[in-house]
Design a protein around this ligand. Structure first.
Ligand SMILES: [Zn+2]
Ligand SMILES: [Zn+2]
Length: 293
């Protein structure tokens, strides 16, 4: 059915019932029950939870550390941050790391397969990104580093991620009732899934391209507003150019809250060997990035 989205030798793209059901099981009650229940206090609590899960868990923990090794952190801290990531409701940490590697691999080719490229429009991307799933033919080709692949805590969270979200929902329900649980968990998770998808879509299509990346079809774009509200992730051209930099916002006006968290952790003495595109020597050069355009 979706045979032309990736080359046959790479794998196949299939409809994912699990992914689709999870999105709407969060979205529908979130909108019907959670949205009308919102109060200023609940909005504030949801923002705090979004910061802990998306900024600290996803951007600083899983993305900058586990995926790109942008700084060195003790095991317990990485595990704690990945636990926070699980509460975003985006999915299992190991499959998320793998998906990042598939995308990186294919987007760095001169002709990226349709599923990983952005030659299509928003509506099609909504369907492809949030309802379909890539199944690689040769998993060995995308093998994760041993310490990630074999970490028992990450394997446990990979198997049980959805249950932690359900548990969070039950705790909110027991303490605060149905409306607040639907707002703080269902609505927040749905907003995280949709927000993550939307930032990814826009930050590959529109906005500033400071760096050109030789031989890669997808170079990412810097989108200021999305960069600020996505804790730095929307400065995506910077990230394609310097994937192992812990700092996604490179100029003073590119406010990167995730970088603020890394700096705080460094100041507290919890992390070290922080790589940034501004600190020269320690940064592994990005994938064939040229100087700023
Ligand atoms: Zn990208
Ligand atoms: Zn990345």
């Amino acid at each position: 059915m979706f045979t032309r989205l990736v080359p046959k030798e790479a794998g196949r793209v299939v409809f994912s019932w699990k992914k689709t059901a999870w999105l709407y099981v969060m979205l529908v009650p979130g909108l019907v029950v959670g949205l009308p229940a919102l109060t200023p206090q609940l909005v504030l609590a949801a923002i705090v939870l979004a910061f802990a899960t998306l900024c600290v868990g996803h951007s600083v923990g899983l993305h900058r550390n586990v995926i790109h090794g942008a700084y060195r952190a003790p095991r317990w801290l990485v595990r704690l941050m990945v636990y926070l990531f699980v509460h975003t409701g985006l999915g299992g940490p190991l499959s998320w790391v793998r998906l990042h590697h598939y995308r990186d691999h294919w987007q760095s080719q001169r002709r990226c397969p349709p599923y990983f490229a952005y030659r299509h429009g928003l509506v099609r991307d909504y369907f492809w990104n949030l309802h379909l799933e890539f199944r690689p033919r040769d998993v060995e080709r995308y093998r994760l580093p041993c310490d990630v692949e074999n970490d028992p805590w990450l394997q446990f969270l990979e198997r049980t991620w959805a249950w932690h979200v359900v548990f969070g929902w039950l705790v909110a329900f027991a303490l605060l009732g149905l409306g607040p649980a639907a707002a703080l968990v269902s609505l927040r998770v749905a907003a995280s899934i949709l927000g993550h998808w939307f930032v990814g879509y826009v930050a590959h299509k529109y906005g500033e391209r400071r760096y050109t990346i030789a031989g890669a079809e997808e170079e990412g774009r810097n989108v200021w507003l999305l960069g600020v509200i996505s804790f730095g992730e929307g400065f995506h051209n910077n990230h394609h150019a310097h994937p192992s930099s812990a700092k996604m916002g490179e100029r003073w006006w590119e406010f990167d809250l995730g970088w603020g968290v890394v700096r705080l952790l460094e100041w507290l003495g919890l992390v070290d060997q922080v790589k940034t595109s501004g600190r020269g020597g320690t940064l592994k050069p990005g994938a064939r990035a040229s100087a700023p355009a």
